[in-house]
Design a protein around this ligand. Structure first.
Ligand SMILES: NC(=O)c1ccc[n+]([C@@H]2O[C@H](COP(=O)([O-])OP(=O)(O)OC[C@H]3O[C@@H](n4cnc5c(N)ncnc54)[C@H](OP(=O)(O)O)[C@@H]3O)[C@@H](O)[C@H]2O)c1
Length: 288
């Protein structure tokens, strides 16, 4: 029997479609500067929402600022029920570098920048993007930084809080400071370091949003993935997304793309049902 995963999961006080959209690819090369095709970027955002996407992931890091400004231009005033998740904790250097910016002033300024660029009076969800190490989670206390966001939440500037690039211990620590509605870490078919955390958060009813669901800057490639995709009459990227959807009910997807063709392909993956045999073969790719 093939398994059809649930279509929605709770993100804060709303149920959102598990197939969302990640806006990072809308910025220029290296996530820096304007999009290569501005008209297409606007069209991607509008088509995503028209097709039922009600969860968009973004950040003022992208561009910087330009991706949020594009989102506002394409979609504001926003439709009811659209949840925009942003993240704070870094600034872009003049050369495009990703620099930690986690002081109270940095975090407060970043929240106000996001409000202004997205043209919002309150941000739906703000993730603290922990920068202990830019590329992977690194242990270390995040209480002081998360408390700054909790204070901005109490002031009414943020609806819900989340975390990104964190360890299980940091998640537990932050949950002692304020409610955490989502965790966004690097995870996909072949990058499975968070397997235990995904299950732990599912049990706690907290959303897990994998970044790089398609492999990010190095798109997923595997002969077995291609073989299963061909058997299903689907693309390898669609199968990679379908695998994530069946992996755990709390997984929310934000595949990133700058093209409507890829957007359509990715959204259609929500309809793809995988057999237990296909899931077992795909699990084996990640060494599960
Ligand atoms: N918290 C963090 O630290 C962090 C880090 C990275 C990303 N993120 C978030 O996660 C989201 C997703 O990550 P991502 O965009 O970096 O990586 P991704 O979704 O794994 O992959 C995006 C790459 O795949 C390509 N692609 C998308 N759909 C495709 C398809 N159907 N067929 C073939 N290629 C396809 C895109 O190119 P095209 O544009 O040509 O489609 C792009 O090069 C981002 O948009 C961002 O919101 C968060």
């Amino acid at each position: 029997m093939t398994y059809k995963p649930p279509r929605t999961f709770r993100l804060g006080d709303r149920a959102v479609n598990r197939m969302g959209y990640g806006a990072m690819q809308l910025a220029g090369p290296g996530v820096f500067g304007p999009p290569k095709d501005r008209g297409e970027a606007i069209a991607v955002l509008r088509e995503a929402v028209a097709a039922g996407v009600d969860h968009i992931d973004t950040s003022d890091f992208y561009g910087p600022h330009l991706t949020n400004q594009l989102i506002a231009e394409a979609l504001a005033p926003y439709p009811d029920g659209l949840t925009i998740v942003t993240k704070v904790g870094a600034l872009r250097g003049p050369d495009g570098s990703w620099d930690p910016a986690m002081s109270p002033d940095d975090l407060t300024r970043a929240v106000h920048d996001n409000l202004r660029n997205l043209r919002l009076e309150r941000l739906d969800v703000v993730n603290l993007r922990v920068m202990g190490d830019v590329h992977a989670p690194k242990e270390g206390s995040i209480t002081a930084e998360f408390a700054v966001l909790a204070d901005l939440q109490r002031q009414g500037l943020i609806r819900h809080l989340g975390l990104s690039n964190v360890t299980a211990r940091q998640v537990a620590e932050a949950r002692g400071v304020a409610d955490v509605v989502c965790v966004q870490n690097h995870y996909n078919l072949v990058h499975r370091k968070d397997d235990a955390l995904v299950d732990e958060l599912a049990a706690a009813g907290v959303a897990y949003t994998p970044f790089f669901p398609l492999g990010g800057f190095s798109p997923l490639q595997s002969a077995e993935l291609s073989r299963i995709a061909a058997e299903l009459g689907a693309t390898p990227m669609q199968v990679a997304l379908a695998w994530l959807l069946q992996r755990a009910p709390n997984i929310l997807l934000i595949p990133g793309t700058s093209s409507r063709a890829h957007l359509r392909e990715n959204l259609a993956a929500a309809e793809l049902a995988l057999s237990p045999e296909a899931v077992a073969s795909l699990d084996a790719i990640g060494g599960a």
